[in-house]
Ligand binder design. Structure first.
Ligand code: NDP
Ligand code: 2IT
Length: 447
């Protein structure tokens, strides 16, 4: 089996030499899915995984715009249309200076499996630009979004490819992108998700990724007859996903003690309560400030510059910032401190060695493609509402979200339960996602 996996990876490496994050995401899937393919004749000998690692289409384009000082700036825009076997391409846009082909291909590849897990009819895609929104004025953000959409619009559509938010892309950016799309196409349609409530958005979409990550942690704890009540939780990030993971964990009786950004983390041993979280939301979403400002408002808390929160003692950890933010040494610290639940809000936040350490310790570890699927699932619910031209209530959307997360958990158990009863959620998520997409690809022929 090892030699089969190696032969496959050698081929993928040869073709994608300079894409480390993409290779990392593919290797994790290959390790778990190739043994399944070998043991299941209908998938064997058809190069299905080889087809899945090749994007159906990669778009790369110039994004010129003019900054507030009159300077012409040129960024690079991308859209990876990875797989449309089970539905139109669906996935977020990331605006961050680190964006490149490797990062977006890893995200698009993960998205294919994640979207399949939601049970909704969505293929996988991802896009973005190497644009840094930090420190930019509203006008600069708008001009950038308009320039970006002035090329992207010809490649997307409500039945073709439906982008949404990711790092650096939230409600404000989706608004500017939507406005430009509508103008160019002369069409008001559900081409983006994460829209505002008065123009086609869905209730609960802003909350969905963070809430879903907590619902998934809850389902994992239930397997050990436990709950979140009284648990100490560390969260990284302080953006969209982190904020709502914090909110739901708090509502379910847990004590969240950390948040972070790329500058460092805050540790509040008393726990982040509703009013403290409201302060963070205003700080991050309106003022676009730094998490270090938390300790100016709440001096009992500490700010630790240049570090991540994984050395803080906790029961549950939820990485909600970015890829590869938990390394082996962080994993060892978490385990030594008694952490026994990891629910990933971010995409691929744990390095492979860290994942292996969690699995070896047999803790409850959920990979992002399972635990953070609530965001895109609720995007799928936004698309349904757009097609039906109706708006569901908050309760209705939240109930559907909870049902979807519980179902993903059940599917991970179905495909990931080991002989000794331990649930390997990585194997479970990868195989469950693979089966759905592979069956559709087989039915549709070699295309
Ligand atoms: P936001 O832009 O709202 O927030 C990102 C947060 O992560 C910020 O606090 C940011 O800090 C921090 N961060 C970003 N890059 C780094 C870095 N290189 N090092 C340290 N901290 C960093 O993004 P989201 O909350 O939407 O996304 C967070 C994660 O969740 C990403 O991995 C994303 O792919 C994933 N995700 C998002 C979904 C969504 O619906 N939004 C759905 C599923 C997954 P700073 O401000 O300093 O950069
Ligand atoms: O990584 C993700 O799942 C997202 N950024 C959300 C994608 C979406 O289409 O809602």
């Amino acid at each position: 089996m090892k030699s089969k996996i190696k032969a496959f990876m050698d081929l993928v490496k040869q073709r994608n030499q300079f894409e480390p994050e993409f290779l990392q995401a593919v290797e994790e899937v290959a390790e778990t899915v190739i043994p399944y393919i070998v043991n299941n004749e209908i998938y064997y000998g058809k190069n299905i995984l080889l087809r899945m690692v090749e994007p159906e289409r990669v778009l790369m384009f110039r994004v010129p715009w003019i900054d507030d000082s009159g300077e012409i700036v040129v960024n690079r825009g991308f859209r990876i249309e990875m797989n449309s076997a089970i539905g139109p391409y669906k996935g977020g846009l990331r605006f961050h200076p680190t964006v490149n082909l490797s990062i977006l291909k890893f995200l698009a590849f993960e998205q294919v499996f994640k979207n399949a897990l939601t049970t909704l009819p969505m293929g996988g895609g991802k896009g973005g630009a190497d644009f840094d929104p930090k420190g930019k004025s509203d006008g600069e953000i708008m001009r950038f979004c308009q320039s970006f959409m002035s090329e992207l619009f010809r490649h997307i559509g409500p039945n073709t490819d439906i982008p949404a938010g990711d790092i650096g892309v939230g409600g404000r950016e989706i608004g500017y992108l939507f406005g430009m799309y509508k103008k160019l196409r002369n069409e008001f349609t559900g081409v983006l998700t994460g829209k505002g409530m008065s123009w086609g958005g869905s209730l609960i979409r802003p909350e969905a990724t963070g809430y879903g990550t907590v619902y998934f942690a809850q389902s994992m704890l239930e397997t050990r007859n436990d709950t979140l009540k009284g648990k100490v939780v560390t969260v990284s990030g302080s953006g969209n996903v982190a904020q709502y993971a914090c909110e739901k964990a708090m509502q379910l009786g847990a004590k969240v003690v950390t948040l972070s950004d790329s500058g460092g983390y805050i540790y509040d041993k008393d726990g982040i309560d509703e009013s403290k979280l409201a302060f963070v939301m205003k700080l991050k979403n309106n003022k676009r400030g730094r998490i270090s400002e938390y300790v100016e408002k709440y001096p009992n808390a500490k700010y630790i510059a240049g570090e991540r929160p994984w050395g803080v003692k906790c029961d549950v950890a939820m990485p909600c910032a970015t890829q590869n933010e938990v390394n082996l040494s962080d994993a060892k610290k978490l385990l030594a401190n008694g952490c026994f639940v990891i629910s990933e809000g971010a995409n691929m936040p744990s390095e492979p060695d860290a994942v292996h350490a969690f699995q070896a310790a047999k803790i409850l570890y959920a990979p992002g493609k399972a635990s953070n699927a609530g965001g895109v699932a609720t995007s799928g619910l936004e698309m349904s509402q757009n097609s039906l031209r109706i708006v569901w209530t908050r309760e209705e959307v939240d109930e559907r979200l909870q049902r979807i997360m519980a179902n993903i958990h059940k599917n991970c158990i179905k495909y990931g339960k080991q002989d000794d009863g331990y649930v390997d959620y990585v194997t479970g998520a990868n195989i469950a996602g693979f089966v759905k997409v592979a069956d559709a690809m087989l039915a549709q022929g070699v295309v």
